[in-house]
Design a protein around this ligand. Structure first.
Ligand code: NAD
Ligand code: ZN
Length: 354
């Protein structure tokens, strides 16, 4: 077997201007720098973060033109001169954290997502909606060859992120966690990780499809439809055995409202973990109840390399199964249109060969 043939040109989905549809076009294949690898992306998950990048609705500018995507799974086809621990032919994943300085306070204490020099795949550097993508060798996800590259793609952001958020929640086996935005990409994986970690889940989202998926496929014992509930706070508390509310809440919704409600229904001593990033949103909590219930409210942002390896190991063992649909890369705009309407149950994955 000789070295892989790397073409000079490739197909990609490009954001040329913020707020406009993505364009399917041919672009150059880049060469990896000394500490980088080039990965032939086979599949990439589509995260709501990619839609935030297209819409330009966060207070952080993207590069332009931009190739989005940060849940890419594929095969290493080239490596820089300083890379010695990754082989050509290895299976690898490109995550949101494409690279960090590895030297600052945060990198030293394994909080590399907090590195001020972090490169973000599909946001500040080109990501995985192309056939050949570059990442820093130190940060790629190492994938066993027995892992299916299509099914693992959503784990590379959504899976890692919710696994980390569940750890940050401090919830212990047997306790109850409310997953808010349960029918989406992060939410569906959150229920599976929670189950694997011995936690019970209450799913909050809307629509009968999502209800069916959450209760029949993903393991939640209750589903609360936020669009139908007359009093969400009461309904969530009533779904817990003693009526005192869930021990933790993981917020992965893309609207502000649930971020204003969670502190009201979480159990005394409970923890609210904010993960979703709705544009321009603010948190709100009643000071009186927050104090006398000793509520903790915190943020959680992707995961470090160890969280990533742990989340991937759960997946490799076969205990994480979340629904996903595969379509060609050229259909990315259709996915964004559905995502904007909240009409996706689970995750879409794109096949970069189509
Ligand atoms: P998604 O579009 O797949 O799912 C979002 C879900 O939220 C949908 O099912 C929608 O119906 C639901 N929702 C909307 N309003 C709601 C409400 N009022 N109550 C309950 N549910 C509601 O999105 P996703 O890919 O799962 O991403 C979710 C969010 O997480 C995005 O804002 C994304 O940018 C963010 N994110 C954060 C991190 C992090 O590290 N903190 C990592 C990845 C993604
Ligand atoms: Zn993501």
């Amino acid at each position: 077997m000789g070295a892989p043939q790397i073409p000079k040109r490739q197909m990609a989905m490009v954001v040329e201007k913020t707020g406009q549809p993505v364009v399917f076009k041919e672009i150059d294949v880049q060469e990896p720098g000394p500490d980088e690898v080039l990965i032939n992306i086979k599949y990439s998950g589509v995260c709501h973060t990619d839609l935030h990048a297209v819409n330009g609705d966060w207070p952080l500018d993207t590069k332009l033109p931009l190739v989005g995507g940060h849940e890419g799974a594929g095969v290493v086809v080239a490596r820089g001169s300083n890379v010695t621990d990754v082989e050509i032919g290895d299976h690898a994943g490109v995550k949101w954290i494409n690279g960090t300085c590895l030297a600052c306070d945060f990198c030293q204490q394994s909080d590399e997502p907090l590195c001020s020099k972090a490169l973000l795949s599909g946001y500040t550097v080109d990501g995985t909606f192309q056939q050949y993508c570059i990442a820093k060798a130190a940060h790629i996800a190492r994938l066993h060859k027995d892992i299916a590259l299509d099914a693992v793609a959503p784990v590379l952001c959504a899976g890692i992120t919710v696994y980390k958020a569940l750890k940050e929640s401090g919830a212990r086996p047997g306790q109850t966690v409310a997953i808010v935005g349960a029918g989406g990409g992060l939410g569906s994986l959150a229920q599976q990780y929670a189950k694997a970690m011995g936690l019970r889940t209450i799913a909050i989202d809307t629509g009968d499809d999502k209800k069916k998926m959450c209760t029949e496929q993903l393991g939640s014992y209750a589903f609360i439809d936020f669009a139908k509930s007359q009093n969400l706070v009461k309904d969530v508390q009533a779904a817990t055995e003693d009526g005192l509310g869930p021990h933790a809440v993981v917020l992965v919704a893309v609207n502000e409202k649930p971020f204003q409600q969670a502190a009201e229904y979480v159990r005394p001593r409970g923890t609210v973990v904010c993960v979703g990033l709705p544009a321009g949103a603010y948190l709100r909590a009643p000071v009186f109840e927050t104090v006398i219930k000793m509520v903790t409210i915190k943020g959680s942002y992707v995961g470090n390399r160890k969280d990533s390896a742990e989340a991937l190991e759960f997946f490799r063992r076969g205990v994480i199964k979340a629904p996903f649909q595969v379509v060609g890369l050229s259909e990315l705009q259709m996915i964004y249109d559905k995502m904007q309407q909240g009409a996706i149950a689970g995750r879409y994955v794109v096949d970069t060969s189509k």
